[in-house]
Structures are given as structure tokens and as C-alpha cells.
Design a protein around this ligand. Sequence first.
Ligand code: PLP
Length: 389
Amino acid sequence: MQTVRFPTRMDAVQAPVIAVIGGIIREVPGTISLGQGVVHYGPPPAALDAVRLALTEPSTHEYQDGAGLPALVSRLATKLSAENGIDAGRGVRIMVTAGANMAFVHAVLAITAPGDEIILNVPFYFNHEMAIQMADCTAVRVATDDRYQPRIDALRAAITDRTRAIVTVTPNNPSGAVFSEESLRAVNALCRDRGIYHIADEVYEYFTYGSARHVSSGSFPGAEGHTIAMYSLSKAYGFAGWRIGYMAYPEHLAPAMAKIQDTILVCPPVVSQIAAIAALEVGRPYCEPHVRELADIRHIVVSQLSALAPKVSVPAADGAFYCLLKVDTTLDPMAIAERLIREHKVAVIPGPAFGMIDGCYFRVAYGALQKETVRDGIGRLVAGLRAIL
Ligand SMILES: Cc1ncc(COP(=O)(O)O)c(C=O)c1O
């Protein structure tokens, strides 16, 4: 059979690392995965009840408004105003997407032309770099400090006349760092002063521990004209499979966003939006007990890993459900990750996927597991790293 093959823009894009690691895990039954960033709980029962009711409504099965069901958009406006300090009435629009990943792709397409640059703080969320490359743009990597906080001077120095945005992810995937209010204000002001956008991924907004607090970049004075803030129900409401995210973005981008949405999604899945309305009625209290439980799990993770010091260090991570280990070795992180699965039955994600190429790093995700499984998984990781290093 003759195959058709051309070089494409996808050639420069990294393979989705979760799928690569997932492939190895499947070859080693019994592996405990500290790989994928998911939670272990499902949606609020009220969301499922609302879906059951909606199935008999003909409108559930038809195309609906592109930006999202008006009832959902209005519920999100209330939430954004109450919880994020974002006033959707004043120069800010809301769009519902099939997850926050799609919101990011929409944002990149809306604000760039081929060859433009978007600045990512390193470590970054791999799908952000992939999306930027798919839009024929360049992801400019700027290192964070030793606590994974943004370095404002370095961000400022990286801006060129092709720069269109700086991206912040806080609480952070993959480091778990919660960016300080001071640094977020500085990034937002820098973007405003230089006439570029601030893309703020806040999908882990509810996942903070101890005294750490999440601050929304869209709440800063004057942020509405240049801030694109994105959120997700995937984590907070155990909604990953329902694919509901949303963004609050400057009104002047509405025509561009409408073209993108109409072409890629037409409208967000209606049944999922109905579930989302019911979940948002339950609201943040749904996720709070889970966050408290995760705080205990995080404690177990950090204290078990401390046994590996000084070979392995784990900078403070007060948010999301990740930590990013720095391992003192010259061995290849992918080779170690593969050995950890094959020889020790535990999976973590190697640092290069997040732009950490200067040294050996691994992301540990602890959101998907119960306490006992995490204890076992981290036990295997500690034993595995001891044996390998
Ligand atoms: C930082 C960040 N943004 C976006 C997403 C994607 O979320 P969604 O399921 O809403 O597309 C994730 C998922 O892991 C994430 O970690």
C-alpha cells in the first residue's frame, strides 16, 4: 500500500507524554501511576440527576449557543464575580469550551499570527507548548526561580516585538507552586505596559494547602483589557470526561473567538453543560473535603520523599496535586522513568515534557489515588530511586 506523507507542523510538536508513559504502564500490570493529573472522585450526584432529566428534552440533542448555554454563562458570571473578582459585564466576555485545554488553543489562535511568540514560565504545562507550536508560533521558555516562582526581570527581558502573551499557571502544573500575588500583579502590569496579553490558567484555583491562597490575575485593576483567564470543571468537580472549561476574555476578542468556536466546536456539548450548571449550584463546597484529604496525602508524599535527601530535593509545593522532584544525577530522566515502571512498578512523568532539560526532574501526581495507594506508590518510588541512583 502506498502511503501519503508530508512534513507537517506536527513534526515539531512533542508526543503527548501521558500517552507515552501510559503505553509503558500497560506493559507492566500492577504499576501504580503517579503520572496523570486527575482526581479520584466523580461529579456531584446533582449533576448526574440533572443529566437524567435533560435526556428527554429535545433541546439537549440540538446545537445551542456557541458561547455556552445562557443559563451556564450566567452562572459562571456570578461565580467569576464572587470568587475571582472578574466582572463579566464590564469589557469581559465568557466562553464555555470543551475543557480548559481548548480555551488555551482558542486564546492562542485569537491573539497570534504565524511566527509570533508566547512566553511560558518553565516548568510549563506541556499542552501549552504544544498548542503554541500547532499555531505556528514559538514558545519562548523563561526559567522560574528555585521555588518555581516567576522571575519578572527575565520575563521582561524575553519580550520582543513578536511577543503576544505571557502565560502563568497557578497553582502550577507540574510544580505545585502557588504564584505569589506580588509576582502575578507584576506579570499582569508588565503585560499591560508592553501591550501584550496575560493568559492566566487557573484550573487548580481551589487546590491550595496551608496558608497558600490563590489570587486571580483578572481581578487586578485594569486587567480586563488584556487578561485571558481560564478555568475548568475537570478537577474541582471530577468532570474530566465531561469536557467543560471556560474563559473570561477581553471583549474586543469576541469576533475572533466566535470564529474559532464555530469552526472547532460549534457549541460546547449540551449535556455536559447541563451537568455543569448543576455542579456549579453545589459549588466550591463540593471540592473542599477532597482538598482537605489531598492535603493529608500531600503531607505523606513530601515526608516520604524527604528520605531521599540530599540526592532528591522537593521544593515547597502548596497547590494543585503535584510536586516536581529534582534528582542529582546525570542519568537520562526518560530512561529512569522507564526503569521505575519496569523494575519498580511506579510511574512518574520525566521533566523534559515540562521544559526541564537542565538537570533531572520528575513530576509526581497524587490526585488520583487513595491514601494507602499513594503510600505504596511513593514507597516504590523511594525504593526505585535508591536502587537506580
Ligand atoms: C494547567 C492545566 N491546564 C489545563 C488542563 C486541562 O484541563 P481540561 O480537562 O479542562 O482541558 C490541565 C489538565 O491537567 C492542566 O493541568
